[in-house]
Design a protein around this ligand. Sequence first.
Ligand code: PNS
Length: 166
Amino acid sequence: MQSTAVCPGSFDPITRGHLDIIRRASSLFERVIVLVVINRDKTPSFTVSERAAMIRACVQELPNVEVDSYEGLLVDYARAKGACAIVKGLRAVSDFEYEFQMALTNKKLLPEAETVFLATSTENMYLSSSLVKQIASFGGDISGFVPDIVAEMVQGRLGKSPCGRQ
Ligand code: PNS
C-alpha cells in the first residue's frame, strides 16, 4: 500500500512556509493530502473552499499532493484515508508545547499513525498566516511571504493602500 501523509491546518491563507513543508512532505511520502480543517472556534478570513482553491493553485506542480477539507477529529480522517503520518511544520520553541500535546493525543487515539515534525526553513521561521493578514490590512507588501496568487486574494480581501492612500 502506498504511504499516505496528511498535512493538516487552517491555511487562512497558505504561506510560503506551509508550501515548503508540503513540498518536503511530498518527497517523503507517496501521497500527501493537504487538509483544510474547519475550526468552529476561529473566524477565518477565507471560506474553506477559498482556502482549498488557493492551496490547489499552489500545489499544481506536485502530482502526489491532493487538497481536501474536513470538520471533525483529525485521527478519524487519517484512519479513513489509511494515513501512516500526520506532517506538521515546527517554527520555533513556541510551537513545540502545543504541537507536542496534539502529537501525543493523536498517537493515543490512532497508534498506527506517526506525527512527523519538519523543522521550518530558516527564512520562514517568523512567518504565520495571521502576520500576513495583519501586514496586508495595513497596506504592507506580502509578496515575500505568500505565492503571488495568494497575495492577490489576500490584498483583495483585506488590503488597503499604504499610508491610507486611495
Ligand atoms: O493551522 P492550525 O490552526 O494550527 O491547525 C490546527 C489543526 C487543524 C491541525 C488542529 O486544530 C486539528 O488537528 N484540529 C482537528 C480537530 C482535532 O483532531 N483535535 C484534536 C487534536 S489532538
